[in-house]
Design a protein around this ligand. Sequence first.
Ligand code: GAP
Length: 439
Amino acid sequence: MSSKPISYPLMEKIVALSRRRGFVFQSSEIYDGINAVYDYGPMGVELKRNVKNLWWQDMITSRENVLGMDTAIMMHPKVWEASGHVNNFHDPMIECKKCKRRYRIDHLPEDSKNCPECGGKLAESKQFNLMFKTKLGSTDESALDVYLRPETAQGIFVNFNNIVSSNRVKLPFGIGQLGKAFRNEITTGNFIFRTREFEQMEMEFFIRPGENAQWLEYWLQERLNWYKSLGINPEKLRLRPHTKDELAHYSIACYDIEYEFPYGFSELEGIADRGTFDLTQHIEYSKKKLQYVDQENRGAKIIPAIIETSAGVDRTVLTIMTDAYWEDEENDRIVMRFSPKVAPFKVAIFPLFKKEGMPEVARKLYNDLRKHVAAIYDDGGSIGKRYRRQDEIGTPFCLTVDHESLEDKCVTLRDRDTLKQERVPIDKVVSLIIEKVNL
Ligand code: GAP
């Protein structure tokens, strides 16, 4: 996938809507921003939190044989020697002699001699390590060079013995975690698709060696189904096997789950057969026995193989936003058609007027609803404007309290996608909204 600057109309619209409605902002914008680093606003953080909660629910809470962890971002530097990241986590980079812009070679047309931006001569290519280095310790002499983790997976591998000895786990079992990862990407772009600080949702599934193919197939289907369960158009999702020369240094086989963005199919998640590479490397470098005593195999001591599912939170958010964006020309509105599960807010409550008892009824309903679901109260501007605001942030349901509500104890429920309106008894609203959100 080539990381071109944003010039796709749909992407530009999503970037503009993100800013306008408080999904995503450029980091440190008042200082002209910092490249490929982003902040999530009130709408974005709710959407992102829903993605992470749904992943955790699907991968950890609902599975008897997968446990969760939360490991540190900074780890002993030897971890990254053992993992192969110090020697292998490089991208081939080329610099323009004139404007000093840097490019990943595989992002340039083959045999490029000149800079695509200024036409200057390109220098010889170099290997560029993607890990960020920093110092840990208060004095220069004692400070240790450490890296910001480029993947969360290593925190799981180095804790293998801790998990096995503190929990009653039996093969096959998984350990999952989600958290920040950092990569000093040479080329960035396409908004939050490739950034330098991002979040991963990773699960390492430990198996008996030899069962790799069957578990790889199992996780491919499980993970593909998860994206479909978020309401993403299944026709825009595909599985793509890696060719031999694409495989990362640790993997024997790998598939990407890809989504068709305006700039082409691109990776959302990698599902890899890492074999016994990671545990074997950590055994060698740490001199500790990372092994499993297989009671089902006469107490044999084995090094489990690993199937990994590694997804990006930010890429999932971008996929959901790209997939949900809809210009409803007939009704002159922009709608984020989020599935209610992922929508930042599930319901908005409007008093038709700020008088005659309507705000009191609306506020009570709002307070009742937000004990259960993320709700918004809006009493500003015409009802039409309020609907448009909610459409743009993808709120699936709106409730209006009007004059009649005071008499018939009903409110108007409006559906974001169909625009259908129905009267619903106030005392049934909370259970109805909970049911619709969890469908
Ligand atoms: N532990 C394996 C691993 O890290 P990866 O394919 O390098 O594999 C996994 O990364 C996922 O992390 C990707 O599919 C993507 O969703 C996300 N990711 C990786 N680099 C990223 C970046 N620079 N910006 C945003 N997300 C990124």
